[in-house]
Design a protein around this ligand. Structure first.
Ligand code: ADP
Ligand code: MG
Ligand code: ZN
Length: 442
């Protein structure tokens, strides 16, 4: 089976091999069609292929639910460029094209292999009859729910329309359902399985702990010159180890546009090749910054969190947070862009108490704005606050950083073995916290 799968992988997608053993195992178990499948792998791990390849190897049409038209468009364009019959039905689709798609779906043997829709569309009266008909004609091969964490109120991207997918799933007996997501704490995982009514799902979950990432936290307000400190961290992080000669690169995340500009400017002044990236730049400059960084012409990109979605670069040697991330969940995802190639990489947060107050204020403000509109406190509001508090605790606590992250996601504490500042030198971490306490009482 493996040889045939690899041949199909090459023929349809041009890939020589699976990304990982896990990707291969997921594809194999989906093709068996015995169980529903739950997949939790980090961004960039190649989750789409987990359903795209089975879709091509099974008779019928795979229905893919994805939360955003932009994401859908991306995927569909990519598949079309590979000559794979894929399309999407959405509100932006011109009426003429829509008719063509419906005509194909109603024909005796539809050509389409992958049909992408938003969860809103699932419930729409124009689409429901079409779907039931496909199902009763036995033409649906799989139901794939991408970004499945959107179904959970515990997640930050909760989308009420995702809740309707449970009903959809119930109406499609015999069609294996796959749920895919990048980050899901245990409670969100349970929510997904329950809400989508997955039947004895096989779970493929990558453990949270990544031993090649070294976490540390530096209290920014204790530094005589924070830019010089950042600069020497970067130089250190980019020094090749274990005989590799390849020049790596890195990301510095800042909360604001001004922050990006300042940090990029200061790094450049210190002789570092750095460029800013944020929504205040025009689209051309933004694309140029991203391309220069992707191609290695610029070593450091200093960006707001709008940078990185879908960016997949193997040799990111460090991710530094100049400001606190808005939650420990986001921090894990953002810092996790480092070390995709498995080589040692550094994740550093520059903590500042002032920063903490500011972000806390912004989150509270956002939450109360949402509450005013709605009139009540929701689980997702509480989650936003709790998740930021977890980020703060990660910085302020004496303890293994990896353990804190794993615990947050519901995993067992890992064997850090010196992959964080606390495990390397607990005294130094304690001393830093003590000095900050003195500073704050002054
Ligand atoms: P995810 O949804 O997990 O974030 P994607 O499905 O968007 O990841 O895939 C990330 C990238 O990995 C894409 O560019 C995709 O083409 C690539 N990719 C997926 N599988 C393989 C593979 N077996 N070999 C090489 N590249 C792959
Ligand atoms: Mg994806
Ligand atoms: Zn540790």
């Amino acid at each position: 089976m493996t040889a045939a799968l690899k041949q199909a992988l090459k023929a349809h997608f041009g890939f020589d091999d699976f990304r990982s053993k896990l990707q291969e195992d997921v594809v194999k178990s989906i093709i068996k069609r015995d169980n529903d499948v739950f997949v939790c792998m980090p961004t960039g791990a190649g989750k789409s292929l987990c359903y795209q390849l089975p879709a091509l190897l099974t008779e019928g049409i795979t229905l893919v639910i994805s939360p955003l038209i932009a994401l859908i468009q991306d995927q569909v364009d990519r598949l079309k460029s590979l000559n794979i019959p894929a399309c999407s039905i959405n509100s932006k689709l011109p009426a003429a094209e829509r008719r063509l798609v419906f005509a194909d779906l109603q024909s005796s043997s539809p050509k389409l292999k992958l049909l992408y829709i938003t969860p809103e569309m699932v419930a729409s009266p124009s689409f429901q009859p079409c779907l039931s008909e496909l199902c009763s004609r036995g033409l649906l091969s799989y139901l794939a729910v991408d970004e499945a964490h959107c179904v959970s109120q515990w997640g930050h991207d909760f989308r009420p329309d995702y809740l309707k997918l449970g009903d959809l799933r119930a109406k499609l007996p015999g069609v294996p359902c796959l749920a895919l997501t990048a980050t899901a704490p245990k409670n969100v995982q349970e929510d997904i399985v329950q809400s989508l009514r997955l039947q004895q799902p096989l779970s493929f979950v990558i453990p949270v702990f990544r031993s090649n990432l070294h976490y540390d936290v530096i209290f920014r307000e204790l530094l005589p010159n924070a830019f010089v400190h950042l600069h020497s961290f970067i130089k250190q992080a980019l020094t090749p180890v274990n005989g590799t000669t390849e020049q790596g690169c890195g990301i510095v995340y800042c909360r604001t546009r001004e922050g990006c500009e300042t940090v990029a400017h200061q790094l450049t002044k210190l002789g570092m090749s750095a460029k800013p990236y944020h929504a205040g730049l025009n689209a051309g400059d933004r694309t140029e910054a991203q391309n220069d960084w992707m191609q290695g012409k610029v070593v450091v990109i200093v960006a707001t969190i709008s940078f990185g979605m879908g960016v997949d670069k193997a040799n990111v040697r460090f991710v530094a947070h100049w400001n606190l991330a808005k939650s420990l969940g986001s921090y894990y995802q953002e810092s996790g862009r480092a070390g995709r190639d498995g080589l040692p990489s550094s994740c550093r947060t520059y903590y500042s108490a002032k920063d903490k107050e500011q972000i806390y204020f912004l989150i509270q403000q956002e939450v109360s704005r949402r509450q005013k509109k709605r009139g009540s406190m929701k689980e997702s509001d509480k989650a936003a606050i709790k998740d930021f508090e977890a980020m703060v605790k990660f910085c302020e606590q004496e303890g293994c950083r990896h353990a804190t992250v794993s615990k947050f996601f519901g995993d067992q504490p890992p064997k850090c073995a010196g992959s964080c500042d606390f495990c390397v030198n607990p005294k130094a971490v304690r001393a830093q916290i003590a000095r900050a306490a003195v500073l704050s009482t002054r």
